[in-house]
Design a binder for this molecule. Structure first.
Ligand code: FES
Length: 166
């Protein structure tokens, strides 16, 4: 991610630091407890088709559910005819967010912030919704820009628009 992109996204060095922190935390935890214990959602990396310039293509799942791409730190969710891509890290202090059973939403394991299936904040220590990544449809796939994410408090219009209607 370039510093220009950081500025465009309104997050500067904080974003880079957050991604590095999260990546290191995930790697360390994976060594200690095993990746499956850390990421209870379906692993998505095998479904990744290609990545170029920050763009990652994912097949559109046939049914509602949540998957995770730990390599690119993306949560991909289908819920009630809509597709969302979220940053894996909690907007409070960057802990990897987990999916609640079924499509009932998300919860951060660190301070228990809870979010609706569309990423809307419900309660807890976080002060904004889950960060959404830019997402578009391309035929039977969705294309996620892993370098461009939107914070609901600073970019509310972009956050609302970051959805694919199926
Ligand atoms: S780090 Fe997620 S609620 Fe604090």
């Amino acid at each position: 991610m370039s510093s220009q992109d950081d500025q465009h996204n309104g997050c500067g060095a904080e974003c880079f630091g957050r991604r590095v922190f999260l990546r290191d935390a995930v790697a360390a935890a994976a060594v200690l407890v095993g990746l499956s214990a850390l990421t209870p959602m379906q692993q998505l990396s095998a479904l990744e088709l290609r990545r170029a310039s920050g763009l990652v293509h994912y097949p559109i799942p046939a049914a509602d559910g949540v998957s995770i791409d730990t390599k690119n730190e993306v949560i991909l969710a289908r819920s009630k005819g809509e597709m969302f891509a979220f940053a894996l890290s909690c907007p409070h202090q960057n802990t990897a967010i987990r999916a609640l059973p079924g499509t009932s939403g998300f919860q951060c394991p660190r301070h228990k912030s809870r979010y609706q299936p569309d990423g809307t904040f419900i309660n807890g220590k976080a002060t904004r919704n889950m960060d959404r990544l830019a997402i578009t449809r391309d035929g039977a796939t969705v294309v996620v820009d892993v370098e461009k994410f939107f914070q609901s408090d600073e970019q509310p219009k972009e956050w609302v628009a970051a959805v694919v209607k199926l």
